[in-house]
Write a protein that binds this ligand. Structure first.
Ligand SMILES: [Fe+2]
Length: 399
């Protein structure tokens, strides 16, 4: 039996989040929190209550059956789920999606588009299909001033994914295990240390849920409470990172695989004295996107462990360079200013984890509230097609 969950013990979220490595917490309290509802930001509370989320028992909620052992965590999503590549056969001009848009603004040349005048909650399946294609092409798409019921956010994510990610540890909206709560203040209230030198939130470049057998496809973050200044998020393009490499280096990486790990850790019941271990899985280092058919570099500093088949020092040197390509080339990045909206309305960012890293910038230092709900649509079993083109090849963008 795993150690019992002690309701009176503060969680041991001792390390900064930019480590993005979260040690096993045998004392994390499952169930609905009663002590944090009073801290829920007013815009967030207004949105949740207006859309019928029951907050009478508290907020947020954690799973009550949090895995303690590694094999239990691995078993959470053991069976392969069918994945339909939404967007693959969509209208390339996205006429249905964009017919009511008042503006479609590319925020940088290679990544990031904002659609103005469209409510996500009103989109039908054809329009969501076209949106999936736009996200696959532009990596991240934004919608401001959204009146988005959490249940609708979940429904949209279900349409896009092989399944919705239900995190075995992190808090979710009460009654909705598939809607993760992203609330940096809650982590700090629970005891996580964060300051200017060791930023909180999800600061640090990373990609979500790379350790899954079917890793994250689209992530939809809807922020319903946003600081007046700061709290931007940045994304970097995996298509762009791959296209930055020389053909000879691309050829070396094509077909290689790497080991990817989870953010959270668990105890190996066969080797408990080894301490907490991450879930690890092997996936292609260069992937082919199932919708665009373009190659993308798929690594991130937080959760790529090593390249299979190389000596550790070789792997470390190459991965370090590949992280730099992603993190330091601003021409393949976009930084989005969320901006506060009217009470009860929020802003959505929907990005494709197969072709990106992101970084939540914690410059507001927890001095103003920031709160959002996140739905992650898991995608396909990653694959690499050696005949697939890069984005620049497909779009004839030159060297
Ligand atoms: Fe993230």
């Amino acid at each position: 039996m795993p150690p019992s969950l002690d309701e009176n013990t503060t969680t041991s979220l001792e390390q900064p989040l930019n480590d993005l490595s979260i040690k096993v917490k045998p004392r994390v309290k499952g169930g609905i929190s009663t002590e944090f509802l009073k801290h829920l930001p007013p815009h967030s509370r207004a949105r949740l209550e207006r859309h019928g989320v029951d907050l009478s028992r508290g907020y947020p909620e954690r799973p009550t059956d949090i895995p303690f052992y590694l094999d239990e965590a691995v078993a959470v999503r053991a069976d392969e789920q069918e994945y339909i590549p939404r967007g693959k056969n969509a209208d390339p001009e996205k006429k249905a999606l964009l017919k009511n848009a008042t503006a479609v603004n590319n925020l940088s040349k290679h990544i990031g588009t904002e659609i103005v005048g469209v409510q996500l909650a009103d989109l039908n399946e054809q329009q969501l299909d076209e949106l999936a294609l736009l996200i696959a092409e532009r990596t991240v798409v934004f919608f401001r001033d959204q009146d988005l019921p959490p249940a609708k956010q979940l429904e949209i994510g279900q349409f896009w994914g092989s399944q919705i990610e239900k995190h075995p540890q992190v808090p979710h909206v009460p009654g909705y295990p598939g809607i993760t709560v992203l609330w940096p203040d809650h982590q700090i209230l629970e005891g996580r240390k964060a300051n200017f030198k060791q930023p909180g939130g999800a600061s640090g470049w990373h990609t979500d849920l790379v350790h899954e057998a079917q890793p994250a496809g689209l992530t939809h973050l809807h922020n319903d409470q946003i600081p007046s200044v700061g709290g931007d998020t940045a994304w970097s393009s995996g298509y762009g990172a791959y296209d930055k490499l020389s053909p000879a280096f691309q050829e070396f990486l094509n077909g290689k695989t790497a080991i990817y790990r989870s953010a959270h850790t668990y105890i190996d019941r066969n080797d408990p004295l080894a301490g907490p271990k991450h879930i690890e899985r092997e996936h292609p280092l260069v992937r082919t996107h199932p919708v665009t058919g373009w190659k993308t570099l798929w690594v991130n500093r937080a959760m790529t462990v090593r390249i299979v088949g190389l000596e550790p020092k070789e792997s470390d040197a190459i991965l370090s360079y590949l992280y730099d390509v992603y993190e330091k080339n601003q021409d393949i990045q976009v930084r989005f200013r969320w901006q506060p909206t009217k009470e009860g309305l929020g802003t959505s960012a929907i990005w494709d984890n197969r072709i990106s890293q992101h970084n939540a910038i914690w410059d507001y230092e927890g001095k103003e509230p920031r709160h959002g709900t996140r739905v992650t649509s898991l995608g396909e079993v990653p694959h690499f097609d050696p005949t697939s083109p890069s984005r620049r090849e497909a779009l004839h963008l030159g060297e």
